[in-house]
Design a protein around this ligand. Structure first.
Ligand SMILES: O=C(O)CNC(=O)[C@H](CS)NC(=O)CCC(=O)C(=O)O
Length: 276
């Protein structure tokens, strides 16, 4: 399956991001892609809660979700919307960080709410408290497609190997890691984390990323690491982007997952143990 990862510098204006992504989905389809993926928070990258409250909506009313469902159907592609920030009925008014798999008929095949929250001080001047604005999910998700079973994850999840192991042991052959990685942690950890998850699971790892300095109308401008990446089930990086926005193409096939698992069947070698 020819696959296209969109590397974006999303702004904090959902309608603007919808227009950019729609055009890129169309271009990827014209280039022969049958599966297109977008990064985390495709609809809005913002450091301002006030701004998010003004522009974000519930899933049922979200213009970016509706627009991209139409676009997937028009282009006839499978579309992983890495995530959308969406209003929820949370009593603390926190948003969901929700990933969607859309079929080529425009229907929603699967949803996944990011489980692990990025509450980290990455440097002296850069601190994140994702759990203050977002309500964590509680359920792992797998979706069946004609080109393989997909396990959905988001960004900081990549640091929690048990999630990936559970998805792979439940049959996932493709693991999606749409991201908006910070620059300091991206430089140090992004590639080895993605390659480790692929090697441990014998699955394709598809990681479309936000990149660069994100235009903002309110609050501090956020910066993200980029370097979108495709890792084979054997752990090789088969496609990598730099720091510029654009489309990254790669060929993926489920046979490679079967091959890697036949060579090193570690997924079947779990042992019970005592302690520590
Ligand atoms: O806040 C939003 O709008 C959406 N969420 C994100 O961008 C999240 C939380 S700030 N980013 C990450 O998880 C980066 C993880 C990372 O950089 C690492 O694990 O090192």
């Amino acid at each position: 399956m020819r696959t296209a990862l969109l590397q974006l510098t999303s702004s904090d204006e959902p309608e603007e991001n919808l227009a950019t992504v729609s055009e890129m989905v169309w271009e990827a389809a014209a280039e022969g892609a049958g599966f297109v993926l977008t990064p985390e928070v495709t609809n809005c990258v913002s450091a301002s809660r006030t701004h998010q409250r003004m522009v974000l909506t519930h899933e049922a009313n979200d213009p970016v979700l509706a627009g991209l469902r139409d676009e997937a159907a028009r282009a006839g592609v499978w579309l992983l919307i890495g995530s959308l920030a969406l209003e929820t009925d949370d009593p603390d008014e926190r948003f969901a960080n929700r990933s969607f798999l859309i079929g080529p008929d425009g229907k929603i095949v699967a949803r996944y709410d990011k489980i692990h929250m990025f509450d980290v001080q990455v440097s002296e001047s850069e601190t994140y408290r994702e759990s203050a604005g977002f309500r964590p999910g509680r359920r792992a998700r797998i979706a069946e497609t004609p080109f393989g079973k997909i396990g959905l994850t988001v960004c900081y999840d990549v640091r929690f190997p048990y999630l990936y192991r559970a998805l792979a042991q439940a049959g996932a052959e493709i693991l999606t890691v749409p991201s908006a990685f910070s620059q300091p942690t991206g430089a140090a950890h992004w590639e080895p984390l993605l390659r480790a998850r692929a090697i441990e699971t014998g699955a394709w790892v598809l990681a479309p990323a936000q990149t660069g300095t994100h235009p903002t109308s309110r609050g501090k401008a956020r910066k993200t690491w980029g370097h979108s990446m495709v890792v084979s089930p054997w752990g090789e990086v088969t496609a990598r982007a730099g720091s510029a926005p654009g489309i990254l193409y790669a060929e993926i096939d489920r046979a490679a997952a079967a091959d890697a698992r036949a060579r090193v069947p570690s997924l079947e070698h779990d042992r019970e143990f005592d302690g520590p």
